[in-house]
Design a protein around this ligand. Structure first.
Ligand code: CUA
Length: 373
């Protein structure tokens, strides 16, 4: 590929464009090669489950329809026409104004071609689009998904449980998500339970397409996994400060394992009898003020939804928008200075505040959090 670049171009412009050629080509090659990544966790071209697979088939059909007739045929005809009708000695000037009939032909023919190219694949795929959007039939699991700044809340209305960031689903069963955005940390308008949040977008590339989460609307999305596993996703709509730190996971389990998980999530948290965890419980419910934002089932009055439900915090692999591994060391750092780990605006009602606890108090609170399994 090594090509000799002349030290002096014939003109300044020429030199400029040559200097640009290599970085531009390099960037294009890098972008192209990035598409070759193996086992990428968020690769929508490697779908899992019936919904993402159907959407992927639709994408492939439209893609090949675009490549063969549009790229090959249209570009081919264009190049052939340029070559054939180029200016040559002894031939009429190709820039000569065309006659009325010719002009009309150049309006009508391309219009028909474009209409055909747009409508033909769309008409064929419309059925798939409507089918994927339709409420699934049969044994469907319903989950309400709430986008917060900057984490995800999941409420299972039938099971009467709630969790955060990691969405557990059973395999082989459609899961119908109702997507909403709320911000219980902000002042609610008169008559409303919560203030409405900003726009987010729920995206688990391997399981389904993207669906926006829009204030004042119940948007719907169906996901389904055939195989047990962890499917990574993220918020895909810019939602202010920590948009990039608003990830999520879908954890698909065999139906029996999922039912066992539900049963565990229903268990209220126990009050520790003694030791640092018991002291941490006192700080959690007292001077720490944690109940102002968090739910812990089993503690009287701890039912806020500003932050995640902590009843089974330690049953989750990650925390804070699925960005940190759920270890005691990370939780300690988090409670000490949350803003140092993730940009947030707690003074404006969004995000975890620094509670101003001493290191010793933080250790006790974390000892308590570690009991929330
Ligand atoms: Cu939520 Cu971006």
């Amino acid at each position: 590929m090594a090509r000799r670049v002349p030290s002096e171009g014939p003109t300044a412009t020429r030199t400029g464009s040559r200097a640009l050629w290599r970085p531009v080509a390099g960037a294009a090659l890098l972008a192209f090669l990035a598409g070759c990544a193996k086992d990428a966790p968020q690769d929508y071209l490697d779908p899992e489950g019936p919904i993402a697979t159907e959407a992927h088939h639709m994408f492939s059909r439209i893609f090949w329809f675009a490549v063969i007739p549009v790229l090959v045929l249209v570009q081919g005809l264009l190049i052939a026409s340029i070559v054939r009708h180029r200016q040559r000695r002894g031939r009429a000037d190709p820039l000569e104004p065309a006659g009325r009939v010719a002009r009309l032909r150049w309006v009508v023919v391309p219009t028909l071609v474009l209409l055909f190219l747009d409508l033909f694949p769309l008409a064929g795929e419309a059925k798939t689009i409507f089918e994927l959007a339709r409420e699934p039939k049969g044994d469907v699991l319903q989950v309400e998904v709430y986008g917060h700044m900057w984490w995800w809340e999941y409420i299972y209305p039938e099971q009467k449980i709630s969790s955060a960031n990691e969405l557990h689903i059973p395999t082989g069963r459609p899961v119908r998500l109702t997507l909403r955005t709320i911000e219980p940390g902000l002042p609610a308008p008169e008559g409303a339970e919560f203030a409405q949040g900003v726009i987010h977008s729920f995206w688990v590339p391997k399981l389904a397409g993207k669906q926006d989460v829009v204030p004042g609307r119940d948007n719907k999305l169906t996901i389904e996994a055939d195989e047990p596993g962890t499917y990574k996703g993220q918020c895909a709509e810019y939602c202010n400060l920590s948009h990039a730190n608003m990830r999520l996971r879908v954890i698909a389990q065999e139906p029996a394992d999922f039912e066992a998980w539900v049963a565990e999530q229903k268990r209220p948290a126990a009050k520790p009898a003694s030791g640092p965890a018991a002291e941490g419980y006192e700080i959690f419910t007292g001077k720490g003020g944690c109940m102002a934002c968090h739910t812990v089932v089993g503690i009287e009055g701890a039912n806020a939804r500003v932050g995640p439900n902590l009843t089974h915090l330690k049953s989750r692999e990650t925390f804070a928008g699925a960005i940190f591994e759920n270890t005691a060391a990370n939780l300690t750092e988090w409670v000490k200075d949350p803003g140092a780990m993730k940009p947030m605006r707690p003074d404006e009602g969004t995000g975890m505040p620094d509670r101003g606890l001493s290191d010793e108090e933080v250790d006790k609170v974390v000892a308590y959090l570690e009991t929330l399994k």
